[in-house]
Write a protein that binds this ligand. Structure first.
Ligand code: COA
Length: 119
């Protein structure tokens, strides 16, 4: 069985909830208040050994109760992965843009600084 603890951070408007099992944190979720009465839900993570036991759902419901009490009239949004999207759809969120992860390794410039030859 897990317990849930709310915490605040020094980053403006960023706060979160921890899921704790036997004194050890096993997961977290965050939210951030933004301008124009908007709230971003972000960074949901549950330790792999504790997944598919309803901990994310439980954190999500706790956060939702909090925003429902504190932020009536605000718009909530999130960028979801395949694993987090179903719960938000179940809760009545509508889909918007899709975002694709890309990456590239930076290759350092080995030719040294480019200086004009003057002699
Ligand atoms: C996504 C994540 C937070 C889910 O945590 P979890 O505690 O295992 O989720 P829950 O058991 O509470 O499941 C709640 C709901 O989420 C959805 N869900 C959870 N894992 C899923 C998966 N692997 N694929 C599809 N849907 C999933 C389901 O709708 C599920 O409801 P159901 O159990 O009634 O089917 C967890 O897998 C994780 O930390 N993944 C890595 C980080 C990540 O991808 N975070 C999302 C960032 S946007």
């Amino acid at each position: 069985m897990h317990s849930i603890t709310r915490f605040k951070t020094h980053a403006q408007g960023l706060e979160g909830w921890l899921a704790i099992v036997d004194g050890l944190t096993v997961g977290h979720i965050f939210m951030q208040e933004e301008p124009d009465r908007r709230i971003k839900f972000l960074d949901a993570w549950i330790h792999p050994a504790h997944r598919r036991k309803g901990i994310y759902r439980s954190l999500w419901e706790t956060r939702w109760t909090y925003v429902s009490n504190m932020y009536s009239g605000y718009t909530v949004y999130a960028w979801c992965k395949d694993s987090s999207l179903p719960l938000l759809l179940e809760k009545g969120f509508t889909t918007g843009e899709t975002c694709t992860y890309v990456e590239k390794k930076i290759v350092g410039n080995t030719s040294g600084p480019r200086v004009p030859v003057t002699c």
